[in-house]
Design a protein around this ligand. Structure first.
Ligand code: ASP
Ligand code: CP
Length: 361
């Protein structure tokens, strides 16, 4: 992937027309933006995972936690969440606090001057006057890209981190999912060669769309897309997998996938995107997991979910060691801290501290 192209050097029309992979090459410059999963290389994922684990270990001791809080104490982050969120908002906020950033937020556009007719672009430009980084979730697909591009054409180009956009991308969720898979498969050869099953609403689940791409960076993968026909994964993602040479299976037969999957990634029906309640007419009853399935899956298989869940995972299996969705959620805080530190180019100081003090688990 070519790197260090600048958003300030391209027109919006030209940028918009790029493939998602090409767009990724505009995110790695100065400042670094996090807009699409396609911007990351495998080496960068590895670096972020290593840094996340080190930050977590440093943070275990008070002296370490105090050190981390000095790293970005000169920075402020704006959290702009124009869609509901529990985990992403809180884990980004906690990650900022870990690194000493002050945070400000707008969590409901009804409380900003958007109500008075201010455009979303002007709203974001306003935030850039007060903050050094914008972390944003928005219902409009591609809007984070638009904001990063727009700021690149002002004198306040600050990093933009996409915390979920429309039904298309959730790149930082994909980072925490990779971190979770890395840690889960640490003792069984890593992510390479594994079978990953995605189950549920794959058509509108942005976490699946972002994670499926990151998995193309690993060798000899097989992705299983398990969903009722109207909720199956989009052709655009299958095209990306084809281009990357990643093997995949599109199926409705969950029972057949259960014994072969190394990770089962459950998702909820994303009915907030329904036009006319159409989700309620789709039979999703065979796309859920409960105690009866735990007999069939392997001892080493992990069950993941970006959360929130509804009925697709029975609470009966919450205490099975293979149900790792709560740990997955907590991993989000550490990988987001690693991402923020890397965004500001200050990761070397955390590595140095780690090497000097060697904090253990
Ligand atoms: N929390 C994830 C998202 O915002 C998944 C979900 O809501 O189902 O995409
Ligand atoms: N996984 C996730 O994005 O959760 P929230 O929607 O609660 O932030």
């Amino acid at each position: 992937m070519e790197q260090n192209k600048r958003l300030g050097d391209i027109s919006w029309q030209d940028f918009k027309a790029l493939s998602v992979v090409e767009k990724g090459s505009y995110c790695q410059g100065e400042p670094m933006h996090t807009l699409v999963a396609q911007q990351f290389s495998r080496a960068q994922l590895q670096e972020l995972c290593t840094l996340a684990t080190r930050i977590k270990r440093i943070c275990k001791r008070r002296a370490g936690a105090n050190f981390l809080k000095t790293l970005l104490s000169d920075k402020r982050a704006m959290l702009y969440f124009a869609q509901p969120s529990s985990r992403t908002y809180l884990s980004f906020n906690a990650a900022c606090q870990t690194l000493g950033l002050d945070t400000m937020d707008v969590r409901d556009t009804k409380t900003s001057s958007e109500v008075k007719g201010e455009s979303p672009e002007d709203t974001l430009r306003t935030f850039s006057s007060y903050a050094d980084m914008i972390i944003m979730r928005h219902p409009v697909g591609g809007f984070a890209e638009r904001v990063a591009w727009m700021l690149a054409h002002t004198n306040r180009e600050i990093p933009v981190l996409n915390a979920g956009s429309g039904a298309d991308q959730h790149p930082t969720q994909a980072l925490l999912d990779i971190y979770t898979l890395e840690r889960s498969f640490e003792k069984i050869g890593g992510i390479d060669g594994k079978h990953i099953a995605f189950v549920g609403d794959l058509q509108r689940g942005r976490t699946v769309r972002s994670l499926a791409w990151l998995l193309t960076l690993y060798k000899d993968m097989t992705l299983h897309f398990v969903a009722p026909e109207p909720l199956q994964i989009g052709q655009d993602i299958l095209d990306l997998l084809d281009a990357a040479g990643t093997r995949y299976v599109v199926t409705q037969d969950f029972a057949a996938v259960l014994p072969v999957a190394d990770a089962i990634y459950m998702t909820r029906i994303q009915d907030e995107w329904d036009v006319d309640g159409e989700s309620s007419t789709i039979d999703t009853s065979s796309f859920s997991i409960g105690a009866e399935h735990m007999e069939i899956i392997k001892e080493s298989t992990v069950i993941m979910h970006p959360l929130p869940r509804r009925k697709e995972i029975s609470t009966d299996i919450d205490n099975d060691p293979r149900a790792i969705y709560w740990r997955q959620m907590r991993n989000g805080m550490w990988i987001r801290a690693a991402l923020i530190l890397t965004t500001f180019g200050r990761q070397a100081e955390a590595h140095q501290y780690y090497d000097d003090y060697k904090p253990q688990n």
